[in-house]
Design a protein around this ligand. Structure first.
Ligand SMILES: *Cc1c(COP(=O)(O)O)cnc(C)c1O
Ligand SMILES: [Zn+2]
Length: 446
């Protein structure tokens, strides 16, 4: 198929290209890949998208918060108006991925942060069908898996990836193997993977070990990898900022804030903004802020010059990759394992670090880290607004607060924070509220 979409290495000195049907997640020199499109989408699509979102046409691809933007991620190269073709190619859980997601004002979170409620938007991605933002990218990755005839999808997971992969695999009738760090997954996430019939593979080690093993097994046994190093995951996750920007009438906020784990979200937000800016859909580039957990702060350390006094940058495609290698060697030597109760971001070797750096450079971004107790407060105050989110998502709230205190985010800035997932760790809020020392605790009476 000779078409509009192809894969291209992100390293400008390398730039190797592959056909869109390729299942490589890296070029042959080991660099990450981007999905690229030759055509520029026309800007009257903005109106088409919002009509799709509004109208009840009983077309699941218009209800889906991912596929209603299908012209901007048309790697299947289908006629996007032809619903029969959409049904044949696009993987969707009855239009539910991304459907409930939009930004909200949350007054109690705004008070806690110390920002005017009008300036703060929080976008819950936890109301996706499997309970996290992962469904946005999994719908597209499994679409590509189906397009290339994959029989089995494979992933390593801190929990939500496995829930999402298991759900779509079950719905599409394909097999799913999930590699998990034994004993380090929230039970609510693990149980979803079991329930969806995924084959769990327990790895004695942490997430980084599980990812290595899953990539090897995928390569040697014909599995299709659906971790966020898969460039098609990144395509679907672009719709998270698309929905935020659409809701804000394509007027850019000053900031978009994410928790940072493997940095798939950071990468996809960066790619979305690069494309929108290039097409002239947005005039201003929002700054991305990435919030690490203090116990899993590889990006924060490297970006902020905490290791060997060098501030790691994308540097127009010439990042100091040796610095990253030396940092990882240092972690190994010190036997330093990522450690946070926010298991979704308990990652020491973010697989998308280079795409993340590219996103930070394009958006003049910042990186910081927050403690477990700050994340728990962030999570809890979101709950007091009637939304639940998991601990890792609390990093967005805690990070905005920290960056405001440091006057990096200014009082009048418009901020969009992404709440990445729903509460699946049932005991966490119970423990939090039973400890009267916690800021928002409402202990039980007897
Ligand atoms: C996966 C996940 C993250 C980390 O996202 P990355 O794209 O890997 O940085 C954060 N929060 C939740 C709830 C997650 O499931
Ligand atoms: Zn390359």
């Amino acid at each position: 198929m000779q078409g509009d979409a192809f894969l291209k290495c992100i390293n400008p000195q390398c730039g190797l290209e592959y056909p869109i049907e390729s299942t490589n997640v890296q070029c042959e020199k080991g660099h990450l890949l981007d999905v690229k499109y030759k055509k520029t989408p026309s800007d009257n699509l903005k109106e088409i998208f919002s009509n799709r979102g509004r109208m009840d046409q009983n077309i699941i691809f218009n209800e889906s918060g991912v596929w209603r933007f299908r012209e901007l991620l048309n790697f299947c190269q289908i006629d996007t108006e032809n619903i029969e073709q959409c049904s044949k190619f696009l993987v969707s859980l009855d239009g539910s991925e991304g459907r409930q997601s939009k930004p909200y004002h949350m007054t109690k979170a705004a008070d806690f942060i110390g920002i005017s409620s009008n300036n703060l938007w929080l976008q819950p991605e936890g109301y996706n069908p499997s309970g996290s933002f992962k469904d946005n990218g999994m719908a597209t990755a499994v679409t590509h898996a189906k397009m290339v005839g994959a029989k089995k999808i494979v992933c390593a997971s801190t929990g939500n990836t496995s829930a999402s992969a298991g759900m779509f695999a079950a719905n599409e009738g394909i097999n799913c193997d999930v590699y998990i760090p034994a004993g380090q997954i929230a039970p609510g996430k693990l149980s979803q993977a079991y329930q969806f019939g995924a084959q769990i593979v327990e790895v004695d080690g942490n997430f980084d070990d599980a990812l290595r093993q899953s990539l090897d097994d995928a390569k040697n046994h014909g599995g299709y990898t659906v971790n966020s190093i898969n460039p098609f995951r990144i395509e679907g996750q672009k719709t998270i900022p698309f929905r935020a920007l659409e809701y804000l009438k394509w007027e850019s906020p000053d900031w978009i804030v994410y928790p940072g784990g493997a940095l798939g979200n950071t990468s996809s937000c960066g790619k979305a903004l690069m494309e929108l800016y290039e097409w002239g859909w947005i005039k201003k580039i929002p700054r991305i802020a990435v919030i690490n957990a203090e116990g899993a702060n590889t990006l924060s350390d490297l970006y902020n010059g905490k290791f060997e006094d060098e501030e790691l940058r994308w540097n127009k495609g010439n990042p100091n990759a040796e610095l990253i290698d030396r940092y990882y060697a240092h972690l190994d030597k010190e036997n330093k394992r990522p450690k946070t109760k926010a298991t979704a971001i308990q990652i020491g070797r973010p697989a998308n670090i280079l795409k993340g750096l590219r996103a930070l450079e394009f958006t003049n971004g910042v990186v910081t880290s927050v403690s477990d107790s700050e994340m728990l407060d962030g999570m809890s105050v979101v709950g007091l607004n009637g939304f639940d989110c998991e601990m890792a998502s609390g990093a967005s709230v805690a990070g905005i607060k920290k960056l405001m205190n440091e006057e990096i985010i200014k009082k009048d800035d418009i901020v969009v924070g992404i709440l990445t997932g729903r509460q699946k760790d049932a005991m966490l809020p119970v423990e939090y509220h039973n400890n009267p020392q916690n800021k928002f605790a409402i202990p039980p009476k007897n």
